[in-house]
Design a binder for this molecule. Structure first.
Ligand code: NDP
Length: 246
């Protein structure tokens, strides 16, 4: 049997990039997966179709993480459709990179809202449904621990917030048998940070490895943390960064 057989999962921001890699792996490992997206309906349908073609189940939900109601509805829809929820993955995020004085307040608010506030909302809405063995996995960033370039202060702040949230909630959730962890990727080849993009040489210059990571590698890490072997891991921020922080 597959390791996540019988489990249900909700992944935010699953239409592209890291989120799509997470959806693909959870579904391949046997979980029934719902995932949100904001704009990329066609990409979301393709992610769902690929999961089905690989023998899994994935169900797209249009839900904008800028809006509390959308996030709450996505949780409710997942629970209603699948009859429960075992795994929540907070992956959706946005990044605007500029000196703090050049960032517009709407850009700062979008980072705070999508990257932090929507994760809080998803966790609050999911917790009544999570049972013993439940899993919450946040997708943070290695930038929470190391910020070697300018123009990333607010983005890094949002990812640091996820690390703190993870530590604090581990204490609240352990008595219920629920773990919460924060994965901190280094550079991963996605639309947001292409391996052949303009910042790639600088990124590779501060890393131990000479390549970007892949969404599939993050998906594999999420699947491990979601599975029964990871029951003793909680409250942790775990780096998967090609030595970015080494
Ligand atoms: P992408 O920009 O490539 O993809 C973002 C995903 O999030 C898309 O599916 C997008 O949906 C969704 N999303 C964005 N805004 C919203 C919103 N308001 N509501 C719902 N969904 C939304 O990002 P990555 O895949 O690169 O990043 C994924 C996660 O990994 C993020 O948390 C990011 O911070 C983190 N990370 C990424 C790194 C990298 O190098 N790529 C490094 C470290 C961390 P839609 O298609 O509809 O826009």
């Amino acid at each position: 049997t597959r390791p996540l057989e019988g489990k249900t999962a909700l992944v935010t921001g699953g239409s592209r990039g890291v989120g799509a890699g997470i959806v693909a792996r959870l579904a391949a490992d046997g979980a029934t997966v719902a995932f949100t997206y904001a704009r990329s309906a066609a990409r979301a349908d393709a992610v769902a179709a690929a999961a089905v073609a690989a023998g899994g189940t994935a169900h797209p939900i249009c839900a904008d993480s800028m809006h509390e109601e959308d996030v709450a509805t996505a949780v409710t829809q997942s629970v209603d459709r699948f009859g429960g929820l075992d795994i929540l993955v907070n992956n959706a995020a946005v990044g605007f990179f500029a000196p703090i004085t050049d960032l517009r307040m709407d850009q700062i608010d979008a980072m705070l809202t999508v990257n932090v506030r929507s994760a809080i909302v998803a966790i609050r809405e999911s917790l009544p449904h999570l049972a013993e063995g439940g899993r919450i996995i946040n997708i943070g960033s290695i930038n929470a621990d190391r910020t070697p370039f300018p123009d990333q202060s607010i983005y890094a702040l949002t990812k640091g917030a996820l690390a703190s949230l993870t530590r604090g909630l581990a204490r609240e959730l352990a008595p219920r048998g629920i773990t919460i962890n924060n994965i901190q990727p280094g550079p991963i080849d996605t639309d947001a940070n292409p391996a052949d993009g303009p910042v790639a040489p600088a990124m590779l210059g501060v890393m131990a490895t000479e390549r970007y990571g892949t969404a599939a590698e993050i998906g594999a890490f999420v699947s491990y943390l979601a599975g029964p072997d990871a029951d003793y891991i909680t409250g942790s921020s775990l780096n998967i960064d090609g030595g970015f922080a080494a």
